[in-house]
Design a protein around this ligand. Structure first.
Ligand code: MN
Length: 714
């Protein structure tokens, strides 16, 4: 059995003895705290934290992470408090243990909204100290290795969560040794039969291929030696899940996937990496279009390497990766390589860049969380972010920008500069005009066309995917709302002034300034914004501007009545962002009969004419305004639906795809279970209007086992 002495021996290879002593102390503390507890296998509980620490030792993590690994379950599973850990082992270790405990309490159930909140908690815990997630990944890895005799359904649940969340985070942080093992263990737990079949096929194929592998490896190595190039050639194996994914996604037969021979060449310097590339291209012809230079342009998780594919003996494809020892350490350990150092070395020269990148990633997540409209939006972003396939775009000057997959020209514009984003009106992709919403692809050259005075468009929020663009657009729109309120205020005030045969432009000099001083406002815009928002009355303001004699203020209601009657119904087109808003009690849609309510501070609030809340408001008829819908409405409107449906797997996915197929978006989705059989789904979707909604409801009714569908009002 693996003991603390074995671990201490291993640590002797890279940690000073005082630090090893502290790790031992943490072990004994944990051993005592978990005394009497056992794992499912019957072993003493402390074997688990010891094994987690050992995983971290293999990655050469620092002593504080190892101590936290030893102690990671004591707060959660024994009576020990965070303070006690802090007193014994210091604040840093206590913080790590606390962070890991918080992560442990989070479970990611089926893909639902709850997941999003958990993600947020997770990001919070990580942002304190990125080592928290590294310890957590090691913990999860050991638990996956020892899934053992759990019930199959429970196994599958844990494996799915591991695959969806933890393996992806490991990948995003570049910790590939852990990612690969998590993926294979999860795959084996979810599809035991398929995994077994692939495993056996791989073993068989390996036997057949051995001599060919040897032959290619020898000729590569010989060529390096002849050219006096430092480098060692090793064979590469694909892991189970990657083979399975290739078979499933690319519909390739097993034989074809195994028909590729993979090698890695590790060398000492960047210069030699490129020299070796030249040498192997000289030995075997390269396959055109397959060369990738991740040394010049590292992947988002910090991965660096040269990739090329060659025509090997008798035309067999040979894939070669070439990189330095440091890049190899990064490729295996990613962010964890930051703590990697050799005994006697005080500097930790490796992967400082990767650490900065990881921090930047977590900071980006936090930013996103602050700006995301709701939890679903946030999780959508994080998921996007966990797919590490970024795209690389060239500026017209040839600079390279890195953007997440799915990014559009607007994302690009904002990543260059906020002002460019705010004023962009069109773009050219590879010199051709293209819509701003087109998702970008690696290698494209993108030119942004701007116009002075242009403003961001609300609709951009539907397709931008980077946090920076999203928050910048929101910010700009907010400013825009004020200027719209000012414009509306100007219109209302001029209309009122027209009743006195004057206008803002023709008022006697100084009249406005005098009024501003009287009512203690700083600027004309403040006054107009107040009118636009309904906090100040246009008619009363107009009267004060024309009458030098102070007179009793006219009744507010009379003014509202005049507004409502004299001008006929006000036409709403949905783009008035602030002066007109839509009630969140009855969610009016274009096509619904509606009525406006003048509400102090909010301007006109649009309700459905039969909204229950209007009953009270009807006591105040002067504040009601008749409204009609414009027939040119661009905006989408939220509408909540309450759907009764028979509980079954994949329910949400089915509803979601039906709604998206009908050109509507989902704003939020939640499930209340009524009983085992029946669920109530609360679904808020974005639609163009009544007719659009009717079409969607009709489609929903065609689903199997659907019960009542009600357009909810609160
Ligand atoms: Mn644990």
């Amino acid at each position: 059995m693996f003991t603390i002495d074995d671990l201490a021996d291993r640590l002797g290879g890279y940690l000073p003895s005082e630090e090893i002593q502290q790790v031992r102390r943490a072990f004994y503390y944990a051993e005592q705290a978990h005394d009497g507890q056992t794992r499912r296998s019957g072993e003493p509980y402390v074997t688990h934290p010891l094994a987690v620490a050992n995983i971290l030792a293999n990655m050469h993590m620092d002593h504080q992470s190892l101590m936290a690994a030893m102690l990671h379950d004591v707060i959660e599973d024994t009576g020990v408090t965070r303070d006690a850990v802090a007193t014994q082992f210091g604040e840093a270790v206590a913080g790590l243990v606390d962070g890991v405990s918080k992560l442990t309490q989070i479970t990611f159930e089926d893909k639902a909204v709850a997941q999003a909140e958990n993600f947020q908690k997770m990001v919070m815990a990580m942002s304190q100290d990125i080592r928290v997630i590294i310890v957590k990944l090691a913990d999860r890895l050991h638990n996956m290795r020892t899934l053992g005799a759990l019930r199959p359904d429970k196994k599958r649940r844990i494996a799915r969560e591991t695959l969806e969340i933890y393996a992806r985070i490991a990948g995003r942080l570049g910790i590939n040794t852990i990612r690969v093992e998590l993926e294979d263990l999860s795959f084996q737990a979810i599809h035991p039969m398929r995994a077994e079949r692939i495993k056996r096929a791989v073993a068989r194929a390996r036997g057949n291929r051995r001599s060919t592998m040897r032959q290619i490896q020898d000729s590569l190595q010989r060529r390096l030696d002849e050219d006096d190039l430092i480098g060692s050639v090793v064979g590469r194996q694909k892991h189970l899940l990657s083979i399975y994914r290739k078979m499933r996604d690319q519909r390739k037969p097993f034989a074809e996937i195994m028909d590729v021979f993979g090698f890695r060449i590790i060398t000492d310097s960047v210069d030699n990496s490129y020299r070796i590339l030249g040498a192997v291209h000289n030995l075997y012809k390269p396959v055109p279009g397959r060369f990738k230079d991740y040394i010049a342009i590292p992947k988002a998780n910090g991965y660096q390497s040269l990739h090329t594919t060659l025509f090997g003996p008798s035309g067999m494809p040979v894939e070669v990766q070439i990189r330095t020892r440091e890049m190899e350490a990064m490729a295996n350990n990613g962010i964890a390589a930051h703590w990697l150092y050799k005994a006697g070395q005080t500097e930790r020269p490796i992967a400082v860049g990767s650490h900065a990148r990881a921090r930047e990633w977590v900071r980006g997540l936090l930013e996103m969380q602050r700006h995301a409209g709701d939890s679903l939006e946030f999780i959508e972003h994080v998921k996007n972010d966990l797919f590490p396939d970024d795209v690389y775009i060239f500026t017209p000057k040839g600079d390279i920008m890195e953007l997440p997959q799915g990014a559009t020209a607007v994302d690009f514009a904002y990543s260059v500069h906020t002002d460019i984003g705010n004023s962009c009106i069109a773009c050219r992709i590879d010199r051709h005009l293209a819509p701003l919403s087109t998702p970008l692809e690696s290698g494209q050259t993108l030119e942004i066309i701007t116009a002075p005075g242009a403003r961001p468009n609300l609709a951009w929020l539907n397709f931008v995917i980077t946090a920076k663009a999203r928050s910048a657009i929101r910010h700009a729109l907010k400013n825009q709302q004020r200027s719209e309120a000012v414009q509306l205020g100007r219109r209302l005030l001029n209309r009122a002034l027209a009743g006195f045969d004057t206008s803002l432009e023709t008022l006697p000099e100084g009249r406005l300034t005098m009024l501003l001083a009287e009512i203690d406002l700083n600027s004309e815009d403040d006054l107009l914004a107040g009118i636009g928002l309904g906090t100040r009355l246009a008619h009363a303001t107009a009267r004060r501007l024309v009458d030098t004699e102070p007179r009793e203020e006219e009744n507010e209601r009379a003014e509202f009545r005049r507004l409502a009657e004299s001008n006929g119904p006000i036409v709403i087109n949905g783009s008035e962002s602030m002066a007109i808003s839509f009630a969140r009690c009855c969610y009016p849609l274009p096509g619904d009969p509606v009525i406006g309510h003048l509400s102090i501070g909010k301007g006109i609030v649009v309700h459905r004419h039969d909204c229950g809340n209007l009953e009270e408001l009807r006591d105040d008829p002067d504040k009601l305004v008749s409204l009609t819908w414009s027939n040119q409405i661009e905006q989408d409107f939220p509408v909540p639906l309450r759907i009764e449906i028979e509980t079954r797997r994949g329910l949400i996915a089915e509803l979601a795809s039906l709604v998206t197929d009908a050109d509507a978006n989902i704003e939020r989705i939640g499930i209340e279970e009524r009983d085992v059989r029946l669920s109530i789904v609360n679904l808020t979707i974005l639609v163009k209007g009544r007719i659009h909604l009717a079409r969607i409801i009709k489609r929903l009714r065609n689903l199997n086992h659907i019960g009542r569908i009600v357009r909810a009002r609160h």
